[in-house]
Design a protein around this ligand. Structure first.
Ligand code: SF4
Ligand code: MG
Length: 318
């Protein structure tokens, strides 16, 4: 369970005025072992903030995050924090920026092993790096090359190999294929799925792309301006989207149900996350908004097993 409130945002912004962090509030979910929860939403909705909170890059000011039943804020500060860091890893969006260009691939992949003190013998490190590169479909001889000698898709495989070095159980994947060509995206996603099945990995998968999420997720959480507005099983979300924002996102996917329906553009702009609209923050863009929506923020409530935050759904007029 995970919950973060606005005072935390204000502290971060006061402390580092040039760093922009999106507020996240009232976001609560759990991910069963071996499953994938995807968070979707337009940029600025707080998805990356959630990702960074989970791996301890940011501290929540309220609420809590638990991994394997243990509070992570306490665990990150405890003597055995290294064990938690080993078990949680993150894959970032941009494989160009996240790989040190001056290091050989072998050194990049080996870094978590040496940093965590898991392996010290050079021959054992080399063997493990070769194994990891094979796991993601690269050649063990690639360890002698530099990142610039690889394509975007190959670089993301290198990032994945590095993330897997410590044998993590939980991977936070923040838009892992968004920087890649469409043709390469599917290859990387398939590798991630295969690795999940083989190694029983659990994923938090972040994307703005519902087609990608459809391929990867078991459960989907839709975020809007720092809040979870719908949380549902994947099949249910695509078959019966409840929240008007979820419907808008689904309508923007080209012909997902092969109905010959025209693609509808997502309407309107995302408001400034630092100054969200009153009431339901989606109201300026919502076709179902009424007076209540402008003043009263809808709580996330359960409808037939689906969590939705919308007055129209609660009133039975959606
Ligand atoms: Fe639209 Fe109102 Fe529902 Fe918000 S609460 S999504 S404005 S109908
Ligand atoms: Mg992001």
């Amino acid at each position: 369970r995970f919950d973060v409130s606005p005072p935390w945002l204000n502290r971060v912004i006061e402390g580092k005025p040039r760093q922009f962090v999106h507020a996240v509030d009232g976001v609560s979910f759990s991910i069963p072992k071996g499953k994938t929860l995807a968070l979707v939403g337009e940029s600025g909705c707080g998805k990356s903030t959630v990702a960074r909170l989970l791996v301890g890059l940011y501290q929540p000011s309220a609420g809590q995050i638990a991994f394997d039943g243990r509070n992570t804020a306490e665990w990150f500060a405890a003597k055995d924090a290294r064990d938690l860091r080993r078990r949680l890893q993150m894959i970032f969006q941009d494989p160009y920026a996240s790989l040190n260009p001056r290091w050989k691939v072998g050194e990049i992949v080996a870094e978590p092993l040496t940093e965590q003190g898991l392996l010290t013998d050079p021959a054992a490190i080399r063997a493990r790096v070769a194994e990891l590169l094979s796991l993601v479909g690269l050649n063990p001889l690639d360890s002698e090359k530099f990142p610039h000698q690889f394509s975007g898709g190959q670089r993301q495989r290198i990032s994945i190999a590095r993330a897997l070095a410590t044998e993590p159980e939980f991977l936070v994947c923040d838009e892992p294929t968004s920087a890649l060509d469409v043709s390469v995206q599917a290859q990387v996603l398939n590798i991630m799925k295969e690795l999940q099945q083989r190694q029983g990995l659990t994923y938090l998968f972040i994307s703005h792309n519902l087609a990608v999420v459809r391929h990867m997720a078991d459960q989907i959480g839709v975020m809007y301006l720092g809040r979870l507005v719908e949380l549902s099983e994947k099949g249910e979300l695509f078959a019966r989207p409840r929240h008007p924002y979820t419907r808008m996102l689904l309508d923007a996917i080209p012909d997902i149900h092969m109905t010959g329906r025209q693609r509808v553009a997502v309407q309107g702009e995302v408001p400034n996350p630092l100054n969200p609209p009153s009431g339901c923050s989606f109201h300026p863009r919502c076709p179902l908004a009424n007076e209540r929506c402008k003043t009263e923020r809808p709580a996330l409530m359960s409808f037939q097993g689906v969590q939705v935050a919308c007055h129209a759904v609660a009133e039975g007029r959606a």
